[in-house]
Design a protein around this ligand. Structure first.
Ligand SMILES: *Cc1c(COP(=O)(O)O)cnc(C)c1O
Length: 357
């Protein structure tokens, strides 16, 4: 029997594998596999979500007006240049479909976020992988990979799963080295966690021209991963394109309501950030002291490389901890672990300690 064939490229996609969420036979698991906020969302966001229960029969605001206004106010950005999406994943997908297709090339770094190859191939475009240096985005390598077919460049800053970042100056150098016709997408999913004064989330590049987009998410520090909510800050020409290709009601009403409450709760973001500022270095130092290699992360997670990754995985699981395997990201010997609550982080260290004692 003949069945309909999908367009070229689709069957070359390796489906996204999310973080595992259970261990057979273990009840109190600690899920540190998806970089979620270990402290959960702001109570105000939970409350706003609850209030939506009485109006589930109503379509959401298709323009996400209140949410865009709140984001604009909190970040000092023009709401007319913000487009919301069902997770930033949706926006990355829409951008690749709108700007790249068969015969086009999309560049991203070697250990870049898994959505980039998926979004590229789904659009029928050809993925081009730029090597990294010291597990960090290499601007020169990206620029060297540019051809006349290049349409789009994805860079996560900081990157997942490495946790490394490039400076604002490097980002500017990247933009300046790219042809004006190439769309640069700066994926700043972990921007709220970064505490380095040479860091930039890309907004200035968005404002400086018509060819850079910054994407952000409510899934990480805002703790709203279940609701699927992200946004893009764009030049007006890109806003115009996204408005044409997005679904008319792509962001659900509960996500919009919770998002407004979450972004206005600056105290909760600070609280989450302070927790990470304390435990990210603690976890990094403790694991390094055991002799394991930890990449220098500025996010809410660390990537650890092990001489025996299976033994490390088993040790963590026996302590109820679920890490993320990152072989698909080019780290067959690595595990990525999200910064958890205090007791979670201590469980990680106790588990790994059994490997060296
Ligand atoms: C988690 C993550 C996202 C996805 O976020 P959603 O808004 O949940 O789709 C995007 N980019 C990077 C680098 C991430 O780690």
């Amino acid at each position: 029997m003949t069945v309909p064939a999908p367009r070229a490229g689709v069957l070359e996609i390796s489906p996204y594998v999310g973080g595992e969420s259970d261990i057979e036979g273990v009840e109190n698991i600690v899920k540190l596999s998806s970089n979620e906020n270990a402290l959960g969302p702001s109570p105000r966001a939970v409350e706003a979500f609850g209030r939506m229960a009485s109006s589930l029969h109503l379509y959401p605001d298709g323009a996400s007006d209140e949410l865009r206004a709140a984001i604009g106010e909190v970040h000092g950005l023009d709401p007319d240049r913000i487009v919301c999406g069902s997770g930033s994943d949706e926006l990355l997908s829409l951008l690749s479909h709108a700007y790249a297709g068969p015969g086009d090339e999309v560049i991203y770094p070697e250990h870049g976020f898994a959505m980039y190859p998926i979004a590229t191939r789904a659009a029928g475009a050809h993925p081009v992988v730029a090597p990294e240096t010291d597990f960090t985005t290499d601007v020169d390598a990206i620029l060297a990979a540019v051809t006349t077919r290049t349409k789009l460049v994805f860079v996560a800053n900081p990157n997942n799963p490495t946790g490394t970042y490039i400076s604002g100056d490097e980002l500017v150098r990247l933009r300046e080295g790219l042809p004006e016709s190439v769309l640069l997408v700066v994926d700043a999913a972990y921007a709220e966690y970064v505490g380095r004064n040479d860091y930039a989330d890309g907004r200035e590049l968005v404002e400086a021209g018509g060819n850079t987009v910054m994407t952000r998410t409510f899934s990480k520090i805002y703790g709203l991963a279940a609701l699927r909510l992200g946004w893009a800050y764009c030049p007006s020409n890109v806003v115009d394109v996204l408005q044409r290709v997005r679904g008319p009601f792509n962001v659900n009403a509960a996500a919009q309501a919770a998002g407004v409450a979450a972004i206005r709760d600056a105290g909760y973001v600070q609280f989450s950030r302070a927790h990470n500022d304390k435990w990210l270095p603690w976890l990094t130092d403790e694991v390094r002291a055991m002799g394991f290699e930890v990449l220098p992360s500025v996010g809410n997670f660390i990537l650890i490389r092990f001489p025996d990754v299976e033994a490390a995985f088993a040790a963590l699981q026996s302590h109820g901890v679920i890490p993320r395997r990152v072989a698909g990201y080019g780290f067959p010997d690595g595990l990525r672990i999200t910064v958890g609550r205090e007791e979670d982080n201590r469980a990680v260290v106790a588990a790994l300690g059994t490997l060296v004692s």
